[in-house]
Design a binder for this molecule. Structure first.
Ligand code: ADP
Length: 555
């Protein structure tokens, strides 16, 4: 970018200087033309320049200053007649008259005109002493050197045109980017950078010290046609129009080009782009790492789920085997007639009934889990009285809990509002909690069931709490008990029958009803599971739960 910018600046300089140089050198007057006021050669040179210059508009007037007898004479090139016609001294030249008088006096005293006449400070004027060699010598003859004659050709440039057309055009050509303007470009005075001649962005002042490229131009470095003192001439005394002198460091260039990247500097822009690219790369890397991590996590989860499912099938088969074996041997004994006594037949019947119930319950639970998992959802939702849900749950749970008595302690608040939901699903949720309270609740087979009204986040809720007097849930198990297939270490060790689906079903059912489930437990002091369900709107009336006790949840 730096190199391209430098190349653009140099090309800009060369194109401008070439244009000015062609006008300046092409329009210089020789002594013969000066004497006559016109010549075919000069006319031809002028026409050639007009026809070949890219921007002939840059020249406003061509003046010829020489001496007639003792006085200075001023003539201007007349385009129509192709002659130099005498005119009155215009303002712009009037100021330099004393200096020209001085030149004339010096010439009379034997000095050749000062080639370094520069009209310093007046950018529109380019001056050169009259040629001593005629332009376009006749073919075949040698260039003819004539006796020096006092005089100057002064080319007056059309500065407004240069400012408004030529410079913007060149800047556009050399610095603009197809997409947007990448650089701010200004042209300032060579001696005083605060003097702005042209700026691509007039609102921003460019500091040459912080520019990405600066290039002096509007001058000629070599040869006899220097428009200003050569740089190597050191401090030069330049005579001013008002006769004062001004010692300045020689600078052969009148103007200076400054280019700066839009973002302040090229380095900042490159650093910014590098930072941006780095950030994007790191972003992509991060995204990649996150996706890899997610992929690894999800494949681990899939693996765990597959393991769980195998465990589940194994667990279920194991659970099914026991009641099936009991039923089979009991049925076998009955069929071969080894059970004679009517009392024993009764006991066998009760045993087969109990095992069949357990079997049925297990099958139902597996079906329920599969139903919720596959998104089949729940049955119709109706307003239900909490008390009826609890009673139905107790009634359906007790037969599964073996022949020993279960001490159920109910504490149900009066006038509880109904809750809206699927009767069978809610009953089964409470039933699972009751079954767990008995299974894990220790020797006294005590189950406490409490139902009460509460307010939560400005709405009425019904809380159903099932508690026991068991040993509580170890803290290692606590975070996992609601996961499907999770079984506590103690449950596994004591071979309490179960498949780890109960609590996960409870949680899913309750959440699907807009509620939540929580557990409080203390080692040695029992556990309490609380289901919180939103209460129905005040004018809804509960329907019966009891009739739906045996309806499978997934139907
Ligand atoms: P399961 O009873 O078939 O093992 P659950 O999902 O119902 O499956 O319960 C998961 C685990 O939570 C149980 O294995 C047990 O360790 C623990 N748990 C559940 N209820 C209680 C309770 N009332 N007291 C102590 N531990 C319990």
């Amino acid at each position: 970018m730096q190199r391209n910018l430098r190349i653009a600046a140099v090309q800009f300089r060369d194109e401008f200087d070439l244009e000015i140089g062609r006008a300046f050198f092409g329009l210089q007057v020789g002594p013969l033309t000066a004497r006559e006021g016109s010549s075919d050669r000069y006319s031809e040179a002028y026409d050639t320049w007009v026809n070949t210059a890219a921007h002939p508009q840059i020249v406003d007037s061509i003046f010829l200053i020489d001496a007639e007898q003792a006085a200075l004479r001023l003539r201007r090139w007349d385009d129509a007649t192709h002659t130099f016609q005498p005119i009155d001294w215009p303002q712009v030249l009037q100021a330099w008259r004393p200096q020209l008088e001085q030149e004339l006096a010096n010439f009379r005293a034997g000095q050749l005109p000062d080639r370094r006449m520069t009209f310093r400070g007046e950018d529109s004027l380019l001056a050169a002493p009259l040629r001593t060699v005629e332009l376009n010598p006749v073919a075949g003859s040698r260039p003819q050197t004539v006796t020096p004659l006092f005089g100057f050709t002064v080319v007056q440039l059309d500065l407004p045109f240069i400012r408004q057309s030529l410079l913007p055009d060149l800047v556009q050509r050399h610095f603009s980017h197809p997409e947007d303007a990448m650089y701010r470009v200004a042209v300032v005075d060579g001696d005083d950078p605060r003097q702005v001649i042209y700026a691509s962005d007039p609102d921003v002042a460019l500091d040459p010290a912080r520019a990405d490229a600066t290039e002096p131009f509007f001058g000629f470095r070599t040869g006899p046609f220097r428009m200003a003192p050569a740089a190597d001439s050191g401090a030069t005394e330049t005579r001013r129009a008002d006769g004062s002198t001004d010692a300045r460091r020689g600078d052969p260039f009148r103007w200076r080009l400054i280019a700066q990247h839009q973002s302040g500097s090229l380095e900042a822009a490159v650093a910014g782009a590098r930072r941006r690219n780095l950030a994007i790369s790191f972003g992509v890397l991060l995204l990649l790492s996150v996706s890899i991590a997610l992929l690894a996590m999800s494949s681990r989860r899939a693996q765990r789920l597959a393991d769980q499912q195998i465990e589940f099938v194994a667990g279920i088969s194991h659970e099914l085997r026991t009641p099936v074996a009991v039923i089979r041997s009991a049925a076998e004994n009955l069929s071969v007639g080894v059970v004679g006594n009517a009392d024993r037949v009764k006991r066998y019947g009760a045993m087969i009934h109990g095992e069949a119930l357990r079997l049925g319950e297990m099958v139902e639970r597996v079906l329920q889990y599969a139903g919720i998992e596959s998104g089949l959802g729940f049955g119709a939702r109706t307003p239900l009285a909490p008390e009826e849900i609890i009673n139905a749950a107790v009634d359906s749970a007790l037969p599964l809990l073996g022949p020993d008595r279960v001490n159920v302690h109910r504490e149900i608040a009066d006038e509880l509002p109904p809750v809206v939901g699927d009767a069978a699903a809610l009953r089964s949720a409470v039933q699972n909690l009751i079954a767990n309270a008995v299974k894990y609740g220790g020797q006294d087979r005590w189950v406490g069931i409490r139902a009460e009204l509460a307010r939560e986040r400005r709405r009425q809720v019904v809380r159903i709490t099932v508690s026991d007097h068991g040993p509580g849930i170890p803290s290692t198990d606590l975070p996992h008990i609601f996961e499907p297939f999770y079984r506590g270490a103690d449950a596994l060790a004591r071979q309490v029958h179960g498949n780890g689906l109960g609590l996960s079903l409870v949680k899913r059912i309750v959440i699907a009803h807009g509620g939540q489930v929580a557990v409080t437990t203390r080692p040695g002091a029992g556990s309490a599971f609380t289901i919180t369900l939103p209460a129905a709107e005040p004018d809804t009336h509960a329907s019966s739960v009891a009739g739906e006790v045996s309806a499978p949840v997934h139907s």
